[in-house]
Structures are given as structure tokens and as C-alpha cells.
Design a binder for this molecule. Structure first.
Ligand code: BTN
Length: 322
């Protein structure tokens, strides 16, 4: 933990803490403590300093800053290390560069804003300030063709978080969308480096439309929504991040113990895809059928006209009325 993070942690637990006490605890001069407080104020923390009483946190910024996450989170591996950026092209690209240089499993990369957010199939992902744009670096001991399992796992983690925190009726659409009231509130992009036998690392990218308005974005407003639009009020991005990482870790630990069937079971309960008539677009081909189930690798099984079952490995699906 950095000094700044330690100070936030201490201040959050107490009503006020004197500069002297902080300086003793952290073995730093009073001036050094004061400089750190000044930096925290620059990041958006409102910290009051009262002579003879000490420092008090009045309010914290609504951004998932490392000090905020670390003072709240109770996980073993996910989110123990946080890289935070005000602006990046894409957290996925940063995560991959850092992972190539060797990173601890569970490290997360968060940005306030992305200028080239990456969606699936080379699409652009709208990532202004107010959203949660996050990439998680994992090092599971699995062959590359099995990484689709992590897409489903991430979807379950997001849907459970939205349900628990805000009582939203979050539903999963294969393979990676989280929908509320039929509109997309979150997208997931899983990328890996490795060979057929084993991955070197996996980067799970999660984008959640949190405090964003789509009113000015006509081309997205019919298909996308945000937590702000659904609840009618802004929510704490820190709380959301912490809860999401905790839910993610619970599932990931189960996954590591080989309990993927349990996660698939949860996915089945949360999906709106199964049992529906769907149009599938996959590798330039398009066909219709009934979405029967997902298999143990997370691929979609679709029953087509001639009665046979097609295993859809990647692609987009559209629900059909008839
Ligand atoms: C999709 O539904 O098309 C996937 C969207 C994934 C967006 C997230 S935001 C954090 C991470 N960084 C990116 O550039 N993309 C993913």
C-alpha cells in the first residue's frame, strides 16, 4: 500500500486524526504528511484540517481510485494491485502490455475515461467519464480454447452485483452482454495470450455504464442504458467496483477449484437467451434456430431447422419473436 493509500485508510476509519499521529504511524515528517494530504485534495478528496484536532475526510471522489478500492475491498487476489489512469486509449491494451512484462494475477487496470475503448468484434466501446472501465489480469491454468468460460463467469459476477446492490433485474445475453429492461448496461471482452495447451494470461475487460446519460447519444440510446438512467440517480463507482471484484473473486476461486458447472448453473438462471428463437451471426454466416443450452465450455448450442444442433463458438445473437 502506498503512503497515500495508508492515509486514506486511516482517515476513513476515524472521525479525525492528528498530523502528529499520522506522522508517527507512518514514520514520516509532518511536512511529508501535509504534502500527501495536499495531493489527495488535488485528486478530489475533501479533507478538512482543524488545528489541534487534525484531519477529517468530508467526502471522497466518485472515482475508483486505488486508495478508495483498497480501503474497502476484502479479496485475496482480485484487485489487490490497482493501476489507475485518468485517460487511456483502452485498459485492455494497458493490461496486455503490463501482463507481457509480468504481473501478479488479479491486478486490475481502471481508467476514468477511454479514448479508444474496445468492444467485441473490433467494435468501438463508448467510454466517457462516469463509467466503470476495468480490465482484470488472470493467470488460470487452462488451455486457450477454454477462455470463453471466463466470459460467462464475468457476466454472472456483474449480474449478481447489479442485483444485490441496486435490485436491478439484470439478465445475461450470450455470450457477454448484461441487459436490464432489454438494454445493454455492460459489455465484457475476454482476450488471452498463450497457445492451445495453456494460456500465459487472460485479460477480462468489463465495461459498465454507470453514471452516464445516453440521451445525447442517439445511435446508442435505443440499445444501451446506464445505472443512472435506470435508477434515476448517480451511484458510487467505488462501491460498485469493490462489490463487483468481490463477486468476481468468489466465482473465480470456484472456477480454479474446477467448479465450473456450478457457475454455468448460475448463468442458466440469469440468462434470457435459452429457450428462445435466435438469429445467429457467426464468422460471416447467418442462420436461425432455437437456443437450447450452453455446453461445459460456455459455447451456445442452437437447434436448427433440420433438427441438428450447432455449437456456436463466437458471434452475435439476436432474439426473434417467431
Ligand atoms: C462488448 O460488449 O463489445 C465488450 C465491451 C468491453 C468494454 C470494456 S471497458 C474496459 C475494457 N477496455 C476496453 O477497451 N474494453 C473493455
Amino acid at each position: 500500500m502506498s503512503i497515500k493509500e495508508e492515509i486514506v485508510k486511516i482517515l476513513k476509519r476515524r472521525k479525525h486524526v492528528s498530523g502528529e499521529e499520522l506522522s508517527k504511524k507512518l514514520k514520516l515528517s509532518r511536512t511529508a504528511i501535509w504534502k500527501q494530504i495536499k495531493n489527495l485534495r488535488k485528486e478530489g478528496y475533501d479533507i478538512k484540517g482543524t488545528p489541534k484536532i487534525g484531519y477529517t475526510i468530508i467526502s471522497t471522489p466518485n472515482q475508483p481510485l486505488p486508495a478508495e478500492i483498497k480501503s474497502e475491498i476484502r479479496t485475496k487476489i482480485i484487485g489487490r494491485k490497482v493501476f489507475y489512469f485518468k485517460e487511456v486509449e483502452s485498459t485492455q491494451e494497458v493490461a496486455k502490455t503490463l501482463a507481457n512484462a509480468g504481473l501478479e494475477e488479479g491486478t486490475i487496470i481502471i481508467a476514468e475515461k477511454q479514448t479508444k475503448g474496445k468492444g467485441r468484434a473490433g467494435r468501438e466501446w463508448f467510454s466517457p467519464k462516469g463509467g466503470l472501465w476495468l480490465s482484470i489480469v488472470l493467470k488460470p491454468n487452462i488451455p486457450t480454447p477454454k477462455i470463453q468460460r471466463l466470459t460467462l463467469l464475468a457476466g454472472v459476477a456483474v449480474a449478481k452485483t447489479l442485483r444485490k446492490l441496486y435490485k436491478l433485474d439484470a439478465k445475461l445475453k450470450w455470450p457477454n452482454d448484461v441487459l436490464v429492461e432489454g438494454k445493454k448496461v455492460c459489455g465484457i471482452l475476454v482476450e488471452a495470450s498463450g497457445d492451445a495447451d495453456k494460456v500465459n494470461y487472460v485479460v477480462v475487460g468489463i465495461g459498465i455504464n454507470v453514471n452516464i446519460r445516453f440521451i445525447d447519444k442517439k445511435e446508442l440510446s435505443s440499445t444501451a442504458t446506464s445505472i443512472l438512467e435506470l435508477l434515476g440517480e448517480e451511484v458510487s463507482i467505488v462501491k460498485l467496483t469493490v462489490k463487483l471484484l468481490e463477486e468476481f473473486e468468489k466465482l473465480y476461486l470456484e472456477f480454479k477449484q474446477g467448479e465450473f458447472s456450478k457457475i454455468i448453473g448460475e448463468w442458466r438462471k440469469l440468462t434470457q437467451t435459452l429457450g428462445k428463437k435466435v438469429k445467429v451471426e457467426s464468422y460471416g454466416e447467418s442462420f436461425t434456430g432455437e437456443a437450447l443450452d450452453v455446453d461445459e465450455d460456455g459455447f451456445l448450442l442452437v437447434k436448427i431447422k433440420d433438427g441438428s444442433t450447432v455449437r456456436v463458438v463466437a458471434g452475435d445473437i439476436y432474439l426473434r419473436e417467431t
